[in-house]
Ligand binder design. Structure first.
Ligand code: PLP
Length: 238
């Protein structure tokens, strides 16, 4: 199966999930997660019509970016690439240079650093706050009822160079996607609660759902699904 065939199949499945949930098809965006894959794979997905991409490592994407620039996929109506991996503070400046959005804001300090870097680069940077749902110790993100989320949300309006758009989560893995459904639902409920508590913040986006569980995520309200394997095939690492 080619990348284009895979994208067509994923899009059909997205449309079916929207139909089941009574949602309009254009309420969900497809992000192609191209980490570990070569620039050629990204160009195939671009040629098949995709414009939104996710990469999880600053250095890796910085390396691919020149090749992609050469192919002319950026600019007006072109590709956007978001950071979907944990961002270390020493890579913030580089990340703001190369990414069109940061979907993994998980501390007040990181938000401050991103705002500063975006100011220096004259950018307005779209961001999502990463929420940790479930109890896996290794996952990044802020817990819904932990002590750090409220202070971050309260300060968000001060960050003039950040544009908060919503929430993102990577729930615990389960073979059966139905077991992940409660976590997706929890993120949707959290967004509703936070929207009431912080009416001035825009929390439209819910980035949730990966290759094996995106249909359930759409049924539970995802506005962006992040798909790697189902588009590009199995990764040899990470
Ligand atoms: C790798 C990755 C994905 C894509 O995972 P697949 O199972 O390959 O679709 C989505 N989100 C994040 C944060 C990832 O790191």
């Amino acid at each position: 199966m080619s990348v284009a065939d895979n994208i067509a199949r994923v899009k059909e499945q997205m449309a079916a999930a929207c139909l089941r949930a009574g949602r309009s098809r254009d309420s969900v965006q497809l992000m192609a997660v191209s980490k570990t894959h070569a620039p050629e794979a990204i160009l195939e997905a671009f040629a098949a019509g995709l414009r939104l991409f996710g990469e999880n490592r600053v250095q890796e994407f910085a390396g691919k970016r020149d090749a992609l620039h050469g192919a002319g996929i950026f600019g007006e109506g072109g590709a956007s690439v978001h950071c979907i991996g944990h961002l270390q503070s020493n890579k913030v400046r580089r990340a703001v240079e190369i990414f069109d959005g940061i979907d993994t804001v998980d501390s007040l300090g990181l938000a401050q650093g991103l705002d500063q870097a975006a100011m220096k680069l004259g950018k307005k940077l779209p961001v999502l706050i990463e929420i940790k749902i479930g109890t896996e110790e290794s996952k990044h993100g802020l817990t819904p009822d932990g002590p750090e989320l409220a202070p971050l949300l309260e300060r968000m309006a001060d960050f003039q160079h950040l544009e908060l758009r919503g929430l993102m989560t990577v729930p615990p893995f389960a073979d059966d996607p139905e077991q992940v459904r409660p976590y997706f639902r929890q993120l949707r409920v959290l967004r509703a609660d936070l929207s009431r508590a912080y009416p001035n913040l825009k929390l439209d986006e819910l980035s949730m759902g990966m290759s094996h569980d995106f249909q359930v995520a759409i049924e539970e309200g995802a506005t962006v699904v992040r798909i790697g394997t189902a588009i590009f095939g199995v990764r040899s690492s990470r």
